[in-house]
Design a protein around this ligand. Structure first.
Ligand SMILES: C[S@@+](CC[C@H](N)C(=O)[O-])C[C@H]1O[C@@H](n2cnc3c(N)ncnc32)[C@H](O)[C@@H]1O
Length: 409
């Protein structure tokens, strides 16, 4: 067996990046020698095991060329790795010197691709590229025009010590009024939906007239906007009461945009609760008034002042895989299963908050939930090394929230 040693070279020289040729993106991996027979055999073997419309290899002179169109991360990666392990790696001083593994690493390092039927597409995947003078047109249209004219300050104020890492029992409006402007990094919250649920300490029975509900909610949301720091994020989880035709997610978004927050986007939280009144059809098999069914809720995301939130690199805790998965704005997460155990009728699951915090905040950031309930936001914030302030009107829920944090310690 001939072991290829690369004296003075721990890894292959930085590869020529990529060029586009017809329907393929071409990656070049210098071999540094005339091809060995096992490399030529490998090219043929991959041609048989991977559809050449997706990807194939070729050797020209002393270079391995990888013609890449589509890539199935699970399938193609395992084919290349398995063949390398059995037939190739032993010929090189280390597996990382195997040029086919180098090609694989280069493919996986490419950050921009489309996705179709589970495969990554590397060429002509973006129809948007057909837009000419994109930036000039964007400027002409004026992005987030509704957020112009604000008077938000860049100055960051300290959250007083007495609010830091606290669960406070009280009316959010009153508590938030005690906070200085611009002292919170991120708000993750889910207000009462006005669905008529049985909350503790709620005289209105979660069923106010919608105008009253909105005016109470917006007074608190205006305080939230005030206490949010420049670049801070405001994430609101809501579900419209579809049966009363109240598009609360639109109404809230409209209000926050009128307060000059930038609408960053919307995440569809797919709860897969197919048991939602599937026997109620409205007008069965008649167009007069069929009910529409929803198995999901919404998360509306806003930014104060600007879209970017600066933060220290070493305080980022999201992995590459999490990032890639979660920027696809449809999250399939089951509802919280232990609401009975926590004694709260409308909790969101920890996974939902975890994704929001890792995707939109840094470790060390201050997280606020003005409708903290049984404390899902604060307990996840604490676990993820953020600081927190949770407010709820119910003493009982606040005790539960505090207990969940103590359990994590
Ligand atoms: C949908 S629940 C939030 C549940 C929470 N996300 C969780 O996972 O436990 C809304 C919460 O808002 C609280 N609440 C209602 N009005 C309030 C107010 N004015 N100030 C503070 N909390 C309030 C209720 O007690 C309830 O716990």
């Amino acid at each position: 067996m001939k072991v290829l040693s690369c004296t003075g070279m721990k890894t292959r020289k930085r590869r020529e990046r990529v060029c586009i040729s017809g329907k393929y993106r071409v990656l070049s991996i210098p071999l540094g020698h005339a091809p060995f027979s096992y490399e030529i055999v490998a090219v043929s073997a991959f041609l048989k095991s991977i559809a050449p419309e997706d990807l194939y290899f070729e050797i020209q002179d002393e270079t391995l060329l990888c013609y890449l169109h589509r890539f199935d991360v699970d399938l193609h990666q395992s084919i290349i790795e398995e063949y390398s392990r059995v037939h190739l790696d032993m010929h090189y001083s280390s597996p990382s010197m195997n040029p086919f593994r180098c090609a694989l690493a280069d493919i996986l390092a490419i950050g921009s691709y489309g996705i179709c039927l589970g495969k990554r597409i590397y060429v002509n995947y973006s129809g948007e590229r057909k837009v000419l003078d994109r930036n000039a047109k964007k400027k002409k249209r004026t992005e987030y025009f509704y957020a112009q004219g604000h008077e938000f300050s860049h100055i960051r104020n300290e959250l007083p010590e007495k609010f830091l890492d606290q669960i406070i029992c009280g009316d959010s409006l009153a508590v938030l009024r005690e906070l200085p402007d611009n002292c919170i990094d991120i708000i993750v919250t889910s207000p009462p939906y006005n669905f008529g649920l049985e909350y503790d300490a709620d005289d209105a029975g979660d069923a106010k007239h919608w105008e009253q509900y909105l005016s109470d909610l917006f007074a608190i949301f205006d305080e939230c906007t005030r206490v949010l720091a420049w670049g801070g994020r405001f994430i609101v989880n809501v579900q419209p009461l579809f049966s009363e035709y109240i598009p609360i997610h639109h109404i809230i978004s409209h209000h926050l945009m009128s307060r000059h927050l930038i609408w960053k986007g919307e995440i569809l939280w797919e709860k897969n609760n197919y048991n939602c009144k599937y026997t109620a059809w409205g007008s069965w098999k008649r167009p007069s008034s069929p009910y529409l069914k929803y198995t999901w809720e919404f998360l509306e995301i806003f930014c104060k002042g600007e879209i970017k939130k600066a933060g220290p690199q070493d305080m980022i805790d999201i992995t590459a895989e999490e990032f890639k998965a979660w920027v696809v704005a449809k999250w399939s997460i089951s509802s919280e299963r232990n609401m009975k155990g926590y004694g709260h009728p409308a909790m969101f699951p920890e996974e939902l908050v975890m994704r929001c915090l890792k995707l939109f905040s840094y470790q060390g950031d201050i997280v606020l939930d003005p409708f903290n309930g049984a404390g899902t936001t604060t307990c996840v914030a604490h676990r993820l090394h953020r600081q927190y302030l949770g407010i709820d009107i119910s003493e009982e829920y606040c005790k539960t929230a505090q207990m969940r944090i103590s359990e994590k310690d």
